[in-house]
Design a protein around this ligand. Structure first.
Ligand code: LMR
Length: 400
């Protein structure tokens, strides 16, 4: 039987990292997967994480199973980080949280939860979106449609078209939004636009799902929650998929969470039981280590402020590299206006490079970026940015 199985196509993002590893050219640069690198091209383990791990190692070790939704104190702290400790959603205890293996795990549990409880629902995604979004929800059996998001002509949010599309979504469907640092475009709604989006979504009777993977990478931990909090209205329901891969640098520990905010606290038990049901037949219960680190840091005021400082350092370095990339492109007189790169937020820049140009960057310059033209700005360093700008200048000069 197995002889009949055909090879699957490589993953749009992680497939590139696999190809990068095989590439023997010493000058190669990986700007594909969203992983932060410091100015020396290293992905650091945060000092707050190391300190938390030392404390955990010194404490008594327990290796028995966690509960299906993870440790309750982790769920509490995840909600406090997303909504704010004093927020009504937290205070009224009307949200259920499951600790999941990464943000991807949170999205998959959300997909399984939707299929199990709302089999006729369609999920609406932004065009474009993270290439793994359709993979995850299709695997979970959720039908998909898309709404417009990006205006190619202006390199900005196509807000009118987005809002008009939301106003056509049938009641009882769900919509997936990027809580901040939209992946791949790096373009987010303004706080006022978030309010209008929430008005439209709730006005239509549509269930919002916020993918919240980059808190702290745009303006700050609190500021970046403004979109999510626009949805956290009294009595309103929403799903939040958190990831701590980027803002804690815990990529390989696979630590995330799915939070479902219910209209009333008395619905939490039923919702939690349905989450538990889909988790139990998937990975049974979560891996402990990453969540223990996050919990330790966020519950200790010293480690918490050290961590916030480290997130600010990553954010500032990325923004500095945005500026350096633009300066270098201007200096090389690359045709086109690239100033939009400094207006984008988070790890990524949607460069506008075509598929062919992306391919040429890889084959002729050993520079790996995602096929959509998405550049991981967090992979640029003072020593590679000029080389990248030079390569872009060469491919932009070629016919698309
Ligand atoms: C990305 O978009 O590069 C990251 O979210 C990593 C991933 O899993 O694709």
């Amino acid at each position: 039987m197995l002889e009949t199985v055909q090879a699957a196509p490589p993953d749009a993002i992680l497939g590139l990292t696999a190809a990068f590893k095989e590439d023997a050219r010493p000058e190669k640069i990986n700007l594909s997967v969203g992983v932060y690198q410091d100015e020396n091209g290293r992905t650091p383990t945060l000092a707050s994480v190391t300190a938390a791990e030392q404390r955990l190692a010194a404490a008594a070790s327990v290796k028995s199973y966690l509960p299906i939704p993870g440790a309750p104190e982790y769920g509490d702290i995840v909600r406090q980080l997303a909504f704010g400790a004093e927020h009504e959603v937290v205070q009224s205890a009307r949200a259920a949280t499951a600790h999941t293996p990464g943000g991807t795990g949170a999205l998959r549990v959300a997909g399984d939860f939707l299929t199990a409880n709302f089999p006729n629902l369609t999920l609406w995604m932004s065009e474009p979106t993270w290439p793994n979004h359709p993979n995850i929800f299709t695997a979970a059996g959720v039908p998909l449609k898309s709404y417009p998001y990006f205006d190619k002509a202006t390199n900005a949010l196509n807000f009118d078209a987005m809002l008009a599309a939301i106003n056509e979504i049938p009641s009882g469907d769900a919509i997936l939004l990027h809580g901040c640092c939209h992946n791949p475009t790096g373009i987010d709604p303004t706080p006022e636009q978030w309010e209008q989006i929430a008005d439209a979504v709730y006005g239509r009777g549509v269930l919002p799902i916020l993918d919240f993977a980059y808190q702290g990478f745009a303006d700050g931990i609190e500021d970046d929650a403004v979109g999510l909090r626009a949805f956290a209205r009294p009595g309103a329901e929403l799903l939040v998929c958190s990831s701590f891969s980027k803002n804690f640098g815990l990529y390989r520990e696979r630590v995330g969470a799915l939070t479902i905010v219910c209209p009333q606290a008395d619905q939490v038990k039923a919702i939690q039981s349905q989450m538990n049901k889909v988790i139990r037949c998937n990975y049974s219960n979560p891996p402990a280590h990453g969540a223990a680190i996050v919990n330790t840091i966020l519950r200790d005021s010293e480690l918490h402020s050290q961590w916030e400082g480290e997130v600010a350092t990553m954010r500032d370095r990325i923004n500095g590299m945005r500026q350096q990339l633009v300066d270098s492109l201007v200096e090389k007189q690359v045709p086109g206006d690239y100033s939009f790169i400094t207006a984008q937020r988070g790890m990524f820049s949607f460069s506008g490079l075509t598929k062919d140009q992306v391919e040429t960057l890889r084959t002729e310059h050993a520079i790996y970026i995602v096929g959509s033209g998405r550049i991981n700005v967090a992979g640029l360093t003072p020593s590679n940015v000029d080389h990248v700008a030079e390569a872009i200048s060469q491919v932009v000069g070629q016919p698309a």
